[in-house]
Design a protein around this ligand. Structure first.
Ligand SMILES: Nc1nc2c(ncn2[C@@H]2O[C@H](COP(=O)(O)OP(=O)(O)OP(=O)(O)O)[C@@H](O)[C@H]2O)c(=O)[nH]1
Ligand SMILES: [Mg+2]
Length: 221
């Protein structure tokens, strides 16, 4: 019986996610789900990316955290419209939360909605939020074995951003191993290596981001 209930919840989530995707497409907004471990550098990546999108994209953000509004404050500080969701203990966002948060967001003039998911490599993998693109972030200090240990999240992502590359000389992180594992898990995914703090690789990431956004919006989602 409990297995049936879990399947029903996931099915209901899929339905709401499909509605979210259609709604975003109708409003010509590109939806992005940003996932990765706690502290891997998701918010810092957004700060660095958004600086490079000026004149080419108008982002809004939904921040997902168990508690607090630190990340929403960081987005507000750089002038990005933002809504904070507190999951109150839940380890991932779901499509219903996104539907409610989108109602609260002023999306006038916005053409990109980035959803920063709760920091987690496990629970976030199973929940479609209605995004068009899923980006998984892995930071150098987490280690190069994470794709083998947590395959689902990498398998279900359209792009991998390896960040904190400035820390590479201080670790035994093997970028070739990560690239090989990602190609095996998600052959179609695009891979980037960046330092959000120093800026290395960020221009390439921003150019690709704008290109995929424009292509998706032109196609109608
Ligand atoms: N050296 C270095 N540090 C970074 C980089 N990006 C982020 N950091 C640091 O990593 C820490 C966590 O960064 P956040 O951007 O808050 O990470 P997050 O993934 O948003 O964290 P949660 O939202 O709590 O899951 C901060 O101290 C950042 O300054 C980077 O490219 N290089
Ligand atoms: Mg964050």
């Amino acid at each position: 019986m409990r297995i049936v209930a879990a399947k029903k919840i996931l099915k209901a989530n899929e339905q709401t996610a499909a509605e979210n995707r259609e709604r975003l497409a109708a409003e010509r907004i590109y939806g992005v789900n940003l996932v990765g471990s706690p502290g891997c550098g998701k918010t810092t990546l957004l700060e660095s990316l958004f600086r490079r999108l000026e004149g080419r994209a108008s982002p809004a953000v939904i921040e997902g955290d168990i508690a607090g509004q630190i990340d929403a404050d960081r987005m507000a500080k750089i002038g990005v419209p933002v809504v904070q969701i507190n999951t109150d203990g839940m380890c991932h966002l779901d499509a219903n939360m996104i539907a409610a948060a989108t109602d609260d967001l002023d999306c006038r003039g916005v053409d990109v909605l980035v959803i920063e998911n709760v920091g987690n490599l496990v629970c976030t993998a199973g929940y479609d939020l209605g995004e068009h693109l899923r980006i998984v972030v892995l930071s150098v200090p987490e280690g190069d074995d994470k794709l083998v240990k947590y395959p689902a999240i990498f398998q279900r992502s359209d792009a991998l951003v390896v960040t904190k590359m400035d820390l590479l000389p201080h670790t035994n992180f093997d970028m070739e191993r990560v690239t090989g594992d990602m190609k095996r898990l998600a052959p179609e995914a695009t891979i980037f290596a960046v330092s959000a703090i120093k800026g290395d690789g960020m221009d390439e990431l921003a150019d690709w981001f704008v290109e995929t956004k424009n292509t998706t919006i032109r196609k109608g989602g």
